[in-house]
Design a protein around this ligand. Structure first.
Ligand code: ADP
Ligand code: ZN
Ligand code: ZN
Length: 727
């Protein structure tokens, strides 16, 4: 009998060790998947280590045997285990929880026969001969399912002709000179920050770098922030690498597709993996290149469970696998920018748009200077200069993109007589008015009701929307453009893209196709439309109301707003011929804000420098390292009591080492929305001068937090967020 240590999914704070011991009749390699008994259940697990001869054989309890080994699946590679182990430690989660959470959900449900069936089906589809003869599954289905669109393409028999490549711009050529030797293994792999303005041709750089890695038999992993951007990128890669196997990995796939694609990557059949943040944990035996596109994007940070940053793990994984890492962005995160300044990352710059297209001219519209509406009326959503600019685009047959980061019709309904507002009974937030189905919906807890016919407090019939979301903007813009003709005749067409219009699978693709085909004159949308899309006919982009982001307590708000505005500006004038007459309008009540001056100058470097100076003076990241302890309770006092007790505990831990001067505990505070779904939320920020100090504290502190719980009965949940993004 052999003793093995297995990572299983135990509740995070269950107080069990990270690994559980089992005994096995057969030799099991570390990384093997197994089914093991846990309590009365049988659960999947990953063999983490194997007891060596000479290890203490005597254990206090008789060990339970491994029930089944999933022998049909090659063990997960050591690099994968090291990555998962690191992430679990760094983000303060249990190893088993993370290891199982990052496997495809479907895989966790299968036994060995089930896995074998999937592997054989995949390899048949791919036309891959199985290396070792494996037993056929007991019963083969007569009619195999048809090849689905998302499945990896079968390897063509003859190599396809290489597509003709565009000549590189001088900047692309210079960047690739630095990059390619590291992708092929001729030079030491490194982490590169590719700072390229929108339209400078970063994707072409990714394609060439991937090609170089593939040429020497290595695999490439390309991460994008949004599922919505994967089909577009997939199409570009598929076109470039017609003879290669490429798979995508994101949460929009069916469980079966996701497993098949993951298997293709793990078994080394896929050369290219395109995916969202979860793909960072995909095992890749021959990894040579990791690209993180739009590396500044907040969606690389997981927002629940193990709150990992796929961008940061990519850098770690690059070192681990000896792979080159390319972090690309027009507006890098200040963390990455700082690393590039100090030389930890190699900075590669592309300052010009392909074809010498200029960046759009930025016009900041002072809303305080606009004509006042008649008494009792609201200011129209588009100021006169912006309206004129939209009308001009329509007359020229060009497109305009209006973005507003708020969906729904209006953020709140209010009664003109008594001042009632559409608050959520369960949250400290307003319920948003959605006109299409006449509902009031809470965007925090989901609580939804029909809009009342009259004010619930005073019975007044005149309840009115206050403020504006995309649904209302679309309606108002359409009204403002009434009578405005397109060049070929017919009224101007206004469309909207946001989370509400794209709920059904396939609708976003249809809507984007309509924009690309020129069937839309004015596109209204949330941030969703500002990311990544290569719209060729857009010559006007406008931020309708970006001000709310200027006045939040979050120290990252300016950085994020700047990135959003720059990215939005990048949607205009992507066609070099139209770039000259492209504009970006920003409507604001604070036209003097430094962010707008930097935007108008398209000057990321000076914006970053001034932000970094402020961060340094305030002792904020990247000059300090943060962790956030969050918790929820029915009563605010219970939540605050827990946080204070946690703080006292940490101080006691620190005293012996005398490190308390390096660590600062802030007072427990409510987050932006303090009450959600009937629970009071509180959070406490911990700040340390160095990452190492913070990690040392967390390693001692977090394991002791579960024991505090018994003293704080009202506590519902707590969690640690290391390197939090939103605070
Ligand atoms: P970015 O990702 O930097 O915003 P893209 O990679 O989307 O820029 O490139 C912008 C446009 O320029 C795309 O349509 C792309 O096909 C085109 N492009 C990129 N590189 C070249 C090149 N060397 N020659 C001609 N066109 C190019
Ligand atoms: Zn009222
Ligand atoms: Zn609510």
């Amino acid at each position: 009998m052999k003793r093995v240590q297995v990572a299983v999914e135990t509740p995070q704070h269950a107080g069990m060790g990270d690994l559980l011991d089992y005994e096995s009749e057969h030799e099991l390699a570390p990384g093997s998947l197994v089914l093991v008994p846990l309590g009365r259940r049988v659960v999947p697990g990953v063999v983490w280590s194997v007891a060596r001869p000479g290890d203490d054989e005597a254990s206090p309890h008789a060990l339970r045997p491994v029930q089944e080994a999933l022998k049909s699946l090659a063990p997960l590679p050591e690099a994968w285990r090291v990555l998962v182990g690191f992430a679990a430690r760094y983000y303060q989660r249990s190893l088993g929880e993370l290891a199982l959470a990052v496997l495809p959900p479907e895989l966790r449900k299968l036994d060995d026969a089930g896995v074998l069936k999937r592997v054989l089906k995949l390899e048949k589809k791919l036309g891959v001969a199985r290396a070792e003869a494996s037993p056929a599954p007991k019963r083969r289905r007569k009619n195999a399912a048809p090849v689905s669109a998302d499945a990896p393409p079968a390897m063509p028999a003859a190599p396809l002709p290489a597509p003709t490549l565009p000549p590189l711009t001088p900047e692309q050529a210079a960047v690739l000179d630095a990059l390619l030797p590291t992708c092929t293994g001729q030079a030491t792999p490194a982490c590169h920050l590719l700072h390229g303005v929108t339209g400078s041709g970063k994707t072409e750089v990714y394609l060439r770098a991937a090609d170089a890695a593939l040429q020497v038999g290595r695999q490439a992993l390309v991460l994008v922030p949004e599922i919505n951007l994967t089909p577009q990128l997939e199409a570009r890669f598929a076109q470039r690498f017609p003879g290669r196997r490429m798979v995508s990995l994101h949460s929009g796939l069916t469980p079966a597709q996701r497993l098949a694609n993951w298997l293709a990557a793990h078994l080394g059949h896929a050369d290219l993996v395109l995916g969202t943040r979860l793909a960072i944990f995909c095992p890749l035996p021959r990894l040579g290149l990791i690209v993180v596109d739009e590396e500044h994007d907040p969606s690389y940070k997981q927002q629940d469970g193990a709150r990992y940053s796929a961008r940061d793990l990519a850098v770690y994984r690059g070192k681990l696998d000896g792979a080159t890492v390319v972090l690309g962005s027009a507006t890098p995160s200040l963390e990455s920018w700082q690393h590039a300044q100090t030389g930890r990352y190699q900075l590669l710059t592309m300052a010009e748009r392909v074809g010498h297209g200029v960046l759009p001219k930025v016009r900041v519209i002072d809303m305080g200077e606009q004509p006042k509406p008649p008494a009792g009326h609201e200011l129209p959503p588009l100021s006169p200069p912006l309206l004129a600019a939209v009308q001009l685009r329509i007359a020229r047959g060009e497109q305009s993109l209006l973005f507003l980061n708020r969906r729904g019709f209006a953020p709140v309904l209010t009664c003109g007589a008594c001042g009632w507002k559409s608050g959520c009974p369960h949250c400290s937030a307003w319920r948003v008015f959605h006109k299409l189905d006449r509902t009031l919906r809470c965007h925090h807890c989901g609580f939804t009701e029909r809009v009342p016919k009259a004010c619930p407090d005073c019975g007044n019939l005149d309840i009115a929307p206050l403020g504006r979301g995309t649904e209302r903007l679309e309606e108002q813009v359409a009204a403002m453009l009434q009578g405005c003709e397109r060049p070929g005749g017919g009224p101007a067409r206004v469309a909207r893209i946001d989370a509400d219009t794209t709920r059904l699978k396939g609708t976003l693709e249809q809507q984007l196709a309509a924009v690309h085909d020129g069937d839309v004159d004015v596109l209204v949308g949330t941030q969703m439309v500002t990311k990544g899309h290569d719209f060729r006919r857009v010559t006007l982009v406008a931020a309708v109301n970006p001000d709310s982001a200027l006045f939040t307590a979050d120290f990252r708000a300016p950085e994020r707003l700047f990135a959003t505005l720059m990215q939005a500006a990048g949607r205009a004038g992507r066609d070099a011929e139209a770039a000259e007459r492209s504009e970006m309008f920003v409507q604001t009540w604070s036209p003097g804000h430094a962010i707008f001056a930097a935007l108008a100058a398209h000057d990321f470097a000076s914006f970053a420098q001034s932000q970094l100076r402020e961060r340094e003076m305030a002792g904020l990241p990247p000059y300090a390292h943060l962790a956030l302890l969050r918790c929820e309770a029915r009563e605010a006092s219970a939540a605050e009591g827990f946080l204070r007790a946690a703080r006292d505990l940490a101080r006691n831990l620190l005293l012996p080492e005398g490190a308390e001067a390096e660590v600062m505990f802030y007072a427990p505070v409510p987050p932006h929305v303090a009450r959600v779904a009937g629970f009071e939320r509180r959070q406490m920020l911990v700040e340390a001068a160095s990452r190492a100090t913070l990690q040392r504290l967390l390693a001692q502190w977090t394991p002791q937090l579960p024991s505090l719980r018994s003293g704080h009965k009202g506590l519902a949940r707590w969690a640690i967020d290391v390197d939090p993004l939103g605070i």
